[in-house]
Ligand binder design. Structure first.
Ligand code: URA
Length: 469
């Protein structure tokens, strides 16, 4: 029997080193026990390990295994080290194991990894810093209670995201601190160690109230994405009950005055469940590298029976923080243009070709970068499923990236705009410019002309929709 003691609950390197040696020595998973540190009752500690003589021998595993193991090992499940070792032995014996989606062991480990990725996302989305004065400036301190051992794994994200601030994140197991150069670790803390209200909160609350659109509220999705346990740390959570109450009244008025064309009943309930599951999966998306630096996945939103679906390019700085599409400057222009064109945004589902914000950090600013074809292609996986659920009559691509995502190939906006394009799913596709393009035009006259053309094209879409539904 081999009793292995790892240094820390997230000690992937330690686990990998030992697991490699055990596999090469053909040690059966049933002959290994795993623990973290010197737990009581550990009579043998790890001194059985040196009998394994295989150090340095070569053993390669698929990249997919390494990625999966790095996430799954962060789970709190005490079985995780043993499960991963059993999976490693299986992968070595049967190289196709990682593609065998029916393999129960693989499925169990994938479920652990998925839960961990979701927890990582929650931490990125729900950490809220409070300003504390300290010698030589300010420090921003946050309290967070993760479900799993994700804090160290997430430290790089916060260091990149808040490079220019000095910050500390306190959690029950460990605290991490950034002073602009390195991440330092400290012991766990309690909520009482973290500060309460400060002026940053007032700003954040104002911002949240301003971007909260009652017509797009989905209480169920909101509660599943922002579970109540996080509310205590979120300044904006204090606003939620009032905002929801107001939203319900305003939505009732909206339904009374402008009923949507109903699609067959029965599908709607099912669509809600399928959409919520899809959105949940997208929150942990790692299909391309953009998730590494973005705050969160920004999924589409709107009625699931919407006859009209808009595709933007990707979330911008504000959308990345708010977790909702088109709430920043481009979104405001978009809303105004829709209103002028007579299109009710509340009847449209609005999404993006790419669901993570791609940017370059320059000082404090995050500068938008256009997504590459590979990133658009990776994200079409989500878009295709959104289209399947919503089944809109008309799909409008805003700009070249959206057009590429809609049509599966690059097209010139100038040549494709203003006319219907039949899509494979039976809907009608339309291409127009992206609102950000209008915002970037330096010449005012030109901007006014292009804006008018954009509004005219949206109006054509509205007329076409009226003819179709
Ligand atoms: N631009 C986009 O394409 N989408 C958004 O959500 C915001 C800005």
């Amino acid at each position: 029997m081999h009793h292995i003691a790892l240094d820390a609950p997230d000690d992937f390197e330690g686990w990998r080193d030992v697991a490699r040696r055990l596999v090469l020595a053909d040690v059966h998973p049933a002959d290994v026990t795993w623990q973290v540190g010197d737990a009581p009752g550990d009579l043998f500690a790890s001194d059985a390990l040196p009998v394994i003589e295989a150090r340095g021998a070569v053993f390669t595993v698929p990249r997919a295994f390494v990625d999966l193991a790095q996430s799954a090992i962060l789970h709190r499940d005490n079985e995780r080290f043993a499960l991963l070792y059993a999976l490693l032995c299986r992968v070595r014996a049967r190289p196709g194991t990682m593609e065998d989606k029916a393999d129960p062991l693989l499925r169990r480990v994938e479920a652990l990894a998925k839960t961990v990725r979701r927890d990582i996302h929650k931490m990125r989305a729900f950490v809220r810093f409070r300003e504390v004065a300290e010698e030589g400036g300010a420090r921003f301190v946050a309290w967070f209670e993760p479900d799993h051992h994700i804090v160290r794994a997430n430290a790089g994200f916060f260091a990149r995201r808040f490079t220019t601030m000095c910050w500390s994140i306190l959690t029950p197991d460990v605290s991490i601190h950034w002073d602009g150069e390195i991440v330092r670790e400290g012991p766990g803390a309690t909520r009482a160690d973290a500060p309460g209200d400060d002026p940053v909160e007032a700003l954040w609350k104002g911002y949240y109230a301003a971007i909260f659109n009652p017509a797009r509220l989905k209480t169920g999705a909101m509660l599943s994405e922002m579970p109540r346990k996080y509310w205590r740390n979120l300044p904006e959570a204090a606003l939620i009950p009032d905002l929801i109450a107001g939203a319900q009244q305003r939505e009732a008025a909206m339904i009374a005055t402008a009923p949507l064309a109903e699609k067959p009943t029965g599908r709607q309930g099912n669509a809600e469940t399928v959409w919520a599951a899809l959105r949940g999966d997208a929150m942990g998306c790692t299909r391309c590298a953009l998730h590494e630096n973005a705050t969160q996945t920004v999924f589409g939103e709107g009625p699931l029976n919407a006859p009209l679906l808009f595709i933007g390019e990707q979330p911008g700085d504000q959308e990345d923080l708010a977790g909702r599409p088109f709430v920043g400057p481009a979104g405001q222009l978009f809303d105004a243009a829709l209103a002028e064109a007579g299109v009710d945004r509340r009847q449209a589902y609005v999404t993006n070709a790419v669901k993570h914000f791609k940017f370059e950090q320059r000082g404090k600013r995050r500068i938008h970068q256009t997504p590459q074809a590979g990133e658009v292609q990776a994200c079409r996986w989500w878009l295709a499923q959104e289209l399947d659920i919503i089944r809109p009559r008309i799909v409008v691509a805003l700009g070249a990236t959206a057009a590429r995502a809609m049509l599966g190939k690059a097209v010139a906006i100038g040549k494709t705009r203003g006319a219907a394009i039949p899509l494979d799913n039976g809907a009608e596709g339309w291409v127009t410019v992206h609102p950000s393009y209008l915002l970037r035009l330096p010449d005012e006259t030109r901007q006014a002309e292009e804006r008018a053309r954009f509004v005219a094209e949206l109006h054509m879409v509205e007329e076409r929709l009226a003819a179709l539904v």
